[in-house]
Write a protein that binds this ligand. Structure first.
Ligand code: ADP
Ligand code: MG
Length: 351
């Protein structure tokens, strides 16, 4: 099944599907259905109201940016959370389940065709396929992943918040500078991905300070029990109470085509890459950090803290800040992130 957001990116997703994707699907005899979203949350509502989707479709493929896949993912996980309650038990549903180690499994494979202004997951998976070489035709590559790809395991991160809401994420979490860039640049949506670069320069030269407490558990303690968000943390957690310019986390290599956030990240390495910069740096150092993000060398800057973690907790002092998951804004509150190993799968061609 293909789900298309006609307003993503520069608003050309439907045209891309009809002119370039559909002819190849038809040629390859790929039977498919289409859902064209009419409003935000249309896709998640559709998935929540069709609990047996896994019996009818091999995969759900989005043609949009990362935001639509985030909706699809959370449509599936809302049903899974409801069915499993608070018990930590595995739930296997449908005919396409994968019996693995995480407590919940998505029963339908996902796929992604880039049509948004932020396509971090597509760039990350295609980079695995091209082994780091430049792609000559990204759209064609993405269609081939759908047609010839195999379901490939992917880690997902589960966020709990003080609003008692659970969010699942395949790409990123942001608070501070980079979250502001993501959301405030929305007003430049019509220029496509360049919106992030322009807003990066503007925001880094006028940085805001964010105070709060950041705690994390490194991957060295991979088997530790993770307490709930309202419970105290043990001495193996590192806690920093400070003023920050940014806290950002990702579990994929790329946040978009020009942002190599976590150079060593793999789809199923069971790791959250957590980055923070406190306010002891100048605006120029912040700008340098944003420029070096392009090739991944930002992690070598002495003022950039980049840590491989299994879980983190962030308690912002203000509830007014911008906070994002997968580039989508969520209500600002204390949050806790925990990696769910191999919980989802995505169509990916092997190299
Ligand atoms: P982009 O990368 O261009 O931002 P996304 O896939 O991230 O594209 O989608 C942006 C937002 O649009 C998401 O919040 C998604 O939920 C929302 N959305 C999905 N379908 C529609 C629609 N038909 N009209 C308006 N917004 C939509
Ligand atoms: Mg988006």
């Amino acid at each position: 099944m293909f789900i298309i957001n006609p307003h993503s990116g520069k608003g050309e997703s439907l045209k891309i599907f009809n002119k370039q994707v559909k002819p190849i699907l038809d040629q390859c005899n790929i039977v498919h259905e289409l859902l064209i979203t009419e409003h935000a949350n249309h896709a998640s509502q559709f998935i929540e109201s069709h609990p047996n989707l896994g019996d009818s479709y091999f995969a759900v493929v989005t043609l949009s940016g990362d935001g639509l896949l985030y909706e699809v993912l959370n449509g599936f996980t809302t049903s899974l959370e409801r069915e499993s309650g608070s018990k930590k038990v595995p739930v296997y549903l449908g005919s396409h389940h994968f019996c693995l180690t995480s407590r919940l499994k998505l029963f339908v494979c996902t796929g992604i065709i880039p049509g948004g202004s932020g396509n971090g997951l597509f760039h990350s998976i295609n980079h695995i396929y091209t082994k780091g070489h430049k792609s000559h035709n990204q759209l064609f590559d993405s269609i081939m992943h759908i047609i010839k790809g195999e379901p490939t395991h992917m880690d997902i991160v589960r966020f709990t918040t003080m609003h008692n809401k659970v969010h699942y994420s395949f790409l990123s979490f942001g608070w501070g500078l980079m979250a502001d860039i993501d959301i405030e640049s929305e007003r430049l949506r019509f220029i496509g991905e360049t919106r992030f670069s322009i807003w990066s320069i503007y925001r880094s030269l006028r940085p805001r300070k964010y105070s709060g407490t950041l705690s994390y558990l490194t991957v060295d303690h991979a088997n530790d029990y993770i307490p709930p968000l309202d419970a105290p943390l043990n001495e193996r957690w590192v806690t920093i109470k400070d003023e920050f310019y940014l806290v950002y986390a990702s579990y994929q290599q790329f946040l978009n085509s020009t942002c190599k956030f976590a150079p060593d990240a793999r789809l199923d390495d069971n790791t959250i890459y957590l980055l923070y910069i406190n306010t002891n740096v100048t605006p120029w150092q912040l700008l340098k950090f944003l420029i070096l993000l392009e090739d991944g060398s930002h992690i070598d800057l002495p003022y950039v803290n980049f840590i491989a973690v299994k879980s983190f907790r962030l308690e912002p002092d203000s509830k007014e800040d911008i906070m994002t998951i997968d580039g989508e804004q969520i209500a600002c509150s204390s949050v806790q992130a925990e990696i769910e190993h191999k919980m989802a799968s995505i169509l990916l061609r092997s190299g």
